[in-house]
Design a protein around this ligand. Structure first.
Ligand code: FAD
Ligand code: NAP
Length: 551
């Protein structure tokens, strides 16, 4: 058991092998995996229960855009055999139920401290240990620290003037009230048309008296084609589960089952391309669509063929030509922002009680006591405002923790010009701190649970390696880190991704350095690289022997 002793002022001091920040899918798997090695671990979670993303994002229509048979843990075959997903894509309540089931089934809760936000993490080079402090006054000492704080866990409401004066109610998609919100009979605004907005808009439109959607950038969205789980499909999938999971390792998105594309979109005739895109449109799902040809994410001309197909679909669905044109994205290649999946999104704009407002040409100027005003002076009377305005993605959660070393280094300073990591897993100058799906990892560009498991397994194997050799400290060399950052940038620059103002490069947060953060070389290439690094004696990392002297 962790050793707890008293500090002055009645605060508890806890000694651990591994302190974990976050109780979402990553934090929970880290507990399971590291505790299974006999390590003393504890996770600290700001929320009042486990689940992370799926605990916080309870807005109407919240659901997965990766099929439920894929978006689930692979570490236990019993678990994946016994769990029954009712639909093709898991809803937020269903995924949260699954996560709670996992927490109970593997007895993980006893090592999660809820309602506790980690405020600082300081590495003491002499003691060779991390000290974490929490908003509840805990002081936690640990040899290792695992940051499982999430990429999309720091909700952001734009800094609009006057928000405090609004007499109605306002909500953010990522901080949704647990007892739900009834919009019946209300004049509602949704600000933001990313994945969250696209999922909630059709449902809110059915409740509200009138819905105004404030769109700054039109996003590409494809039909999800959600449906009840097909029992035959489930049976076939489960019969072959371990092999399917292994096959996913050899794909860029960590999702198996889609035939690998073999040719450029430009090698196909217009009729052939149209038929291929139509088949993908009917099948539903975003990965499949982007995987139709080899070059949709690297060649603008090829991408244009897919983008124009979707724009035509939008023009075909939305009856008012002006609204259709506003909804048809033209400022970024398809797939370079997260491609949305929807159920009846474009059709919603054919309703009489829905109005699309273009806040690119006429930006929101302020929130007033009675609604919202745009720069042109147009006033919108509102009873409720929903901010589907996203997150300080990828670095937000770590930036909110004061991470430093007793030598005076701080992560905030080190990352002032953009995040620097080796493999997305560690930061030079910050020993014994691992990050799960951090910047420089492919995490957010994959079925994330696969990345979470792969990262955590790599970390666990690394710690086991250190234990076998009596090694106490690990950190990447500055050279290995610099080379990885350069590689991440070079790969991104060889694709179309940097052409979009997305959260992948921090464009949604005013003042954030514009640096492309995820590794887009593919999960398959990344995993091979991590495996090779480990096989070569953890190439690019430095180890030392210095037992922790935690008091
Ligand atoms: P999170 O689930 O974000 O958990 C991190 C936890 O850390 C949070 O609970 C947070 O409260 C806690 N935390 C952060 N900082 C602190 C601190 N200082 N102290 C204590 N606790 C802290 N991915 C997919 O692959 N497919 C999808 O379809 C998909 N859909 C998504 C839908 C939505 C609405 C969102 C927001 C994300 C979606 N994602 C999806 C990404 C999703 O975040 C991941 O799949 C996955 O849930 C991440 O798990 P995690 O544990 O790494 O992070
Ligand atoms: P998002 O993709 O960042 O979208 C935020 C939206 O708010 C954008 O349309 C943005 O416009 C708009 N916005 C931000 N500030 C604004 C301002 N000041 N004025 C007007 N509009 C403003 O956030 P999200 O929709 O919450 O999604 C974040 C990520 O979470 C997704 O990319 C995805 O990875 C994940 N997610 C997945 C699902 C799913 O389907 N499974 C659902 C939800 C979320 P601009 O584009 O112009 O910045």
């Amino acid at each position: 058991m962790p050793d707890a002793s008293s500090l002055p002022g009645g605060r508890a001091s806890t000694r651990l092998d591994v302190a974990i920040v976050g109780g979402g899918l990553a934090g929970l798997y880290a507990i399971h995996r590291l505790r299974g090695m006999g390590l003393h671990v504890r996770a600290f979670e700001a929320g009042s229960d486990v689940g992370g993303t799926w605990f916080w994002n309870r807005y109407p229509g919240a659901r997965c855009d990766v099929e439920s048979l894929e978006y689930s843990y692979a570490f236990s075959d019993e678990l994946q055999q016994e769990w029954k997903w009712p639909e093709r894509y898991g809803t937020q309540p269903e995924i949260l139920r699954y996560i709670n089931h996992v927490a109970d089934r593997f007895d993980l809760r006893r090592d999660v401290q809820l309602d506790t936000r980690v405020m600082s993490a300081v590495f003491d080079g002499k003691a060779n240990a991390w000290t974490l402090t929490t908003d509840k006054g805990d002081v936690v000492r640990a040899r290792f620290c695992v940051m499982a704080a999430g990429n999309l866990s720091t909700p952001r409401v734009p800094d609009f003037k006057g928000i405090g004066d609004f007499k109605g109610k306002w909500y953010h998609s990522g901080l949704w009230p647990h007892d739900g919100v009834d919009f019946s009979g209300l004049r509602v605004a949704v600000i933001g048309t990313g994945s969250s907005g696209v999922q909630m808009i059709p449902i809110i439109a059915r409740q509200a008296k009138h819905l105004h959607v404030f769109q700054r950038t039109a996003n590409f969205s494809l039909p999800a084609r959600n449906a009840p789980m097909d029992p035959d499909r489930e049976r076939r999938h489960k019969a072959d589960y371990p092999a399917r999971r292994r096959a996913a390792f050899d794909t860029p998105f960590a999702i198996a089952g889609y035939p690998k594309p073999t040719k450029s979109a430009l090698q196909a005739s217009p009729e052939e391309r149209r038929a291929a895109y139509e088949a993908k449109w009917q099948e539903g799902g975003s990965i499949s669509f982007l995987y139709a040809y080899t070059d949709l994410l690297v060649n603008k001309e090829a991408n244009d063929t897919a983008a124009e197909f979707v724009r035509d679909k939008i023009r075909g669905i939305v009856k008012d030509p002006k609204t259709a044109e506003l909804l048809a994205p033209k400022d970024h290649p398809i797939g370079t922002k997260r491609l949305c999946l929807d159920t009846g999104y474009y059709e919603t704009y054919n309703r009489d009680n829905v109005t699309l407002v273009d806040v690119r040409s006429d930006p929101i100027q302020e929130i007033t006591a009675t609604g919202l005003r745009t720069a042109s002076g147009a006033d919108y009377a509102l009873d409720a405002i929903v901010f589907a305005t996203g997150f300080d993605a990828m670095t937000g959660a770590l930036r909110e923790i004061d991470i430093r070393t007793t030598d005076g280094a701080s992560l905030a300073d080190k990352w002032a010009g953009g995040p620097l990591t080796y493999l997305g897993l560690m930061v030079s100058g910050f020993p014994n701190m691992f990050i799960i799906t951090g910047p420089g990892s492919p995490g957010v560009k994959t079925q994330m649970i696969a990345s979470i498991e792969q990262h955590t397994d790599w970390i666990a194997n690394c710690v086991a390696h250190m234990r076998r050799r009596d090694l106490d400290r690990i950190e990447p060399t500055p050279e290995a880190e610099a080379a990885w950052v350069q590689h991440v940038n070079a790969v991104a620059d060889s694709t179309l991704y940097p052409l979009a103002n997305s959260w992948y490069l921090g464009a949604n947060i005013p003042g954030k350095p514009r640096v492309f953060m995820p590794y887009v070389g593919g999960f398959d290439a990344y995993k091979r690289r991590c495996d090779a690094v480990a096989a070569n004696g953890y190439e690019g990392f430095e180890f030392s022997r210095q037992p922790a002297t935690v008091a």
